[in-house]
Design a protein around this ligand. Structure first.
Ligand SMILES: Cc1ncc(COP(=O)(O)O)c(C=O)c1O
Length: 379
């Protein structure tokens, strides 16, 4: 335990299981973290290198053309029209934004920050860093009747979800927005897996047709006004550049301005070469389609192997993970996978509701995924 009663870092507890998996004769296949393994696309590398001469400080708000590129991308890929570039800001990857948003919004003791019951652990961490009260909720109904005094100040959504790959539909999102506006709750939606939607599409469509995972900022959801709504979006996964730390926040310009003011004081600037790389990445849907096609093959291979190993895969309709269960404690399943030399993440990392699940990432090389499938099928 440390600052603001932060929990121990969950992945540290995998060390003994990692050691067990590493002793497999064929070596360790680490599928415990969603960290891309394929090369960063050349056009993005070129944009980064071309901007290597950067003697001056970059703009915290991002350059006007970067903010415009985000607005254009939102319209082309997410069906979000009229996003005001003043309501866009680059972030140093989205994990830092998730961890600091409650603080940047000036939330603190006595304020509640709510997030899904099965969720990426950083929503909880962000509430704690602000000294606010973290609250995991299944659905709005589990909050019970709220007044503007007892409502959370901030509600996190994550669609498609990590770890379970669940996609929230337009109706669901619209109900959340209506409820949030009635109670003065800010909604922040973390949407970095939106392009990686596995529901009934042929590979050829991916480049020309936007994904069907709706954004919180979709006009069908918001009714056309972005008041109180924020989306954070990362290119780490869809563009293989987690090492660049390239992401952005977009939505209600008044809220983005509030966050921006603090970030200017705190020095939260995205490096200039990364801002240029972001512009290049956003303008090129082709590399995203290629990356997606690669994951589609890996997903199909791993899915049938995991099922033949006796696990049931739940949800997982989008994103980079299989959310799988054997109906037993996740640590038992993790040990059984470790005996095959495969390391997955414990469902318990994502809240007590995940205690019987494991999260298996699709982020292995083709050779690793084929090897993992072979080991699982030979169960
Ligand atoms: C739901 C979700 N949000 C945010 C992040 C952070 O992404 P990054 O910090 O690489 O932009 C991740 C990474 O795994 C994630 O799964």
């Amino acid at each position: 335990m440390s600052l603001r009663s932060l929990p121990d870092f969950p992945w540290d507890s995998l060390a003994p299981i990692k050691a067990r998996a590493s002793s497999h004769a064929g070596g360790l296949i680490d599928l415990s973290i969603g960290t891309p393994v394929d090369p960063t696309p050349q056009i993005i590398q070129d944009a980064l290198c071309a901007a290597a001469d950067a003697p001056g400080y970059p703009q915290t708000h991002g350059t006007p053309d970067l903010r415009e590129a985000v607005a254009v991308w939102f319209e082309a890929r997410r069906g979000v029209r009229h996003l005001d570039p003043a309501g866009v800001m680059p972030t140093i990857g989205s994990k830092e934004l998730v961890a600091w948003l409650p603080t940047l919004l000036d939330l603190g003791p006595g304020d509640v920050v709510a997030f899904p019951r099965v969720a990426y652990p950083t929503y909880d961490v962000g509430a704690r860093l602000a000294g606010a009260t973290p609250l995991a909720v299944d659905a709005l109904t589990s909050l019970g009747p709220v007044t503007s005094k007892t409502a959370p100040k901030l509600l996190w959504l994550n669609t498609p979800g990590n770890p379970n790959g669940k996609v929230l539909g337009v109706d669901h999102l619209r109900k959340v927005v209506e409820w949030a506006r009635r109670h003065g709750v800010i909604v922040a939606s973390d949407e970095c897996y939106a392009e990686l939607d596995w529901r009934d599409r042929s590979v050829g469509d991916w480049r020309h047709e936007p994904p069907t995972t709706p954004s919180l900022l979709d006009p069908r959801v918001t009714g056309g006004t972005m008041d109180g709504m924020l989306v954070c979006y990362s290119l780490s996964k869809q563009s293989n550049l987690a090492g660049y730390r390239a992401a952005f926040l977009a939505g209600d310009p008044a809220l983005v301005q509030r966050v921006l003011e603090v970030r200017k004081h705190a020095g939260f600037m995205v490096p200039w070469p990364v801002q240029r790389a972001l512009v290049a990445a956003l303008a090129d849907p082709d590399h995203v389609a290629e990356i997606k096609a690669r994951y589609a093959v890996r997903r199909a291979t791993l899915l049938s192997a995991v099922e033949s190993f006796g696990l049931r895969v739940d949800d997982s309709e989008a994103g980079l993970y299989l959310w799988a269960t054997a109906g037993e404690d996740c640590w038992v399943t993790l040990n059984r996978l470790a005996d095959k030399g495969i390391l997955a993440a414990a469902g318990a990392f994502y809240g007590p509701t995940g205690a019987q699940h494991v999260r298996i990432a699709l982020t292995g090389t083709d050779a690793q995924i084929a090897d993992a499938a072979g080991r699982l099928a030979g169960a």
